[in-house]
Design a protein around this ligand. Structure first.
Ligand code: PSV
Ligand code: MN
Ligand code: MN
Length: 426
């Protein structure tokens, strides 16, 4: 299914007038406060977030999975779904593939399909948390950290193969997330596991092209429940530093213990020039992979406030790879992703409203109340008309969810693909 421009324009037409009224009102009041509205809109338009190939179908939990039907079952169909999201939101201009789930059959055809939909290939993800068909070695007791050299070699080679695949598509980063760890005290020697992981990553790093990044993701627990080898940003940063300048830490919002100050983590990593990628989601308890901004929207805003500060003040930190890393159990995956994209743009727009000079002055005065007022004034602003304007100017939908529903996208997908679809993914 491909959404054409005239379909979107038709759906937009009835709301154009009221959108313009809302936009004019907001734009006037922001301009009076000194904001540069057109610069903010341009930044929103340039902010593109990758969609992971594994989030386009219902994920489910270990207890069960409830399909939404019409889910993509091939790489082509996954890219088409990202095309739907991008056409409506104009902010999903990239896809992140997981290998071996998404190995292209015909590279040229895949590249043509993606570029026709204005979609780029973001970071490629390796998979050493599942055993693959016909593999010689098992990852049951770890991959890059395994005590067996044969297992480590297999995992290293897989990562090199993933780089090769990504290279043919135009990707510029490899994301490594390891399930490695232990379920019980005493099961692993912490130092051996960490040292093996470091040595393996260094071997992979040798195969990272000069214009690529190696993104090292951390996570405190799950699927291992006692220890994880790369459990936090400190472990990831140590490994990135050991590997070299093309290696960076990747922050996934759901990969923190409760109440972690994630905004402080991203801030310091940017200061050190070592924040490479970001996975958006939200959570109440752990790695819940819920819709971005659905549980802790203020925390998301505070994180964006630091990201904006870093993007403006830390030239030592490279451009980041942005991705949504979510899973959907009860919502239509595409609707859920649309909501996440909107929440990301909303938090970003609010962070762009923070007057950094005013904030700095208040901080220097130790005017704690004023500091909080500045942040909360931005946070409490309803920026949705800015988001709608940014989309509209690029040919997107004023309200992507409404458009998705009135264009009856899910039913068209079901008609096209049938009901018996099982998406590959987490
Ligand atoms: C598992 O926790 C996970 O969700 C990580 O966040 C990775 O980024 C993703 O799977 C894909 O490997
Ligand atoms: Mn992740
Ligand atoms: Mn995760």
């Amino acid at each position: 299914m491909k959404i054409e421009q005239n379909h979107i324009q038709d759906v937009n037409s009835k709301d154009l007038k009221s959108h313009q009224d809302h936009f004019d009102f907001l734009s006037n009041s922001l301009t009076k406060k000194g904001a540069n509205v057109s610069a903010i809109i341009k930044k929103l338009q340039d902010f593109q977030v990758a969609i992971p190939s594994w989030a386009l179908g219902a994920g489910g939990t270990r207890f069960g999975r409830f399909s939404f039907f019409g889910e993509p079952s091939s790489l082509e169909q996954k890219i088409e779904d990202v095309g739907v999201l991008h056409a409506l939101t104009q902010t999903a201009g990239a896809v992140s593939l997981h290998i071996p789930w998404d190995i292209p059959q015909d590279y040229n055809a895949i590249k043509e399909l993606a570029s026709g939909l204005d979609i780029k290939f973001d970071a490629v993800n390796s998979n050493t948390f599942q055993d693959q068909k016909n593999a010689n070695e098992s990852y049951k007791y770890g991959s890059l950290s395994n005590t067996s050299e044969a297992v480590r070699q297999q995992a290293i080679q897989h990562n090199l193969d993933v780089i090769n695949i990504g290279n043919k598509l135009g990707s510029k980063a490899l994301t490594v997330w390891l399930a490695d760890g232990s379920c019980f005290p005493g099961q692993n020697n912490f130092q051996t596991a960490f040292q093996n992981t470091q040595d393996s990553l260094k071997d992979i790093y040798k195969g990272v092209p000069d214009d690529w990044k190696l993104l090292i993701e951390y996570k405190p627990y799950e699927p291992n429940f006692y220890s994880t080898v790369i459990q936090d940003w400190g472990a990831s940063l140590m490994l990135a530093n050991e590997c070299g300048k093309k290696a960076y830490t990747l922050v996934d919002l759901g990969h923190h213990l409760p109440n972690s100050n994630i905004e402080q983590i991203v801030s310091i990593l940017q200061l050190k020039g070592k924040l490479g990628g970001f996975h958006f989601n939200d959570s109440k308890y752990g790695d819940d992979d819920l819709t971005v901004g659905s549980i802790k929207p203020y925390a998301l805003f505070l994180i964006f406030n630091e990201l904006v500060y870093g993007m403006e003040n830390n030239p030592q930190n490279p451009d980041l790879a942005w991705m949504i890393d979510a899973s959907h159990n009860v919502k239509d995956p595409l609707e859920d992703l649309i909501q996440s994209l909107e929440a990301i743009q909303e938090a970003y727009a609010k962070a762009l409203l923070v007057d950094q000079n005013l904030l700095k002055a208040a901080q220097l005065d130790n005017d704690v109340v004023k500091c909080q007022e500045i942040l909360q004034d931005a946070y409490r602003t309803d920026v949705r008309p800015l988001l709608a304007k940014a989309r509209l100017e690029r040919g997107g939908a004023l309200s992507p969810i409404q458009a998705y529903r009135s264009l009856d996208v899910r039913n068209s997908l079901i008609k096209e693909r049938g009901k018996n679809t099982v998406a590959t993914g987490l």
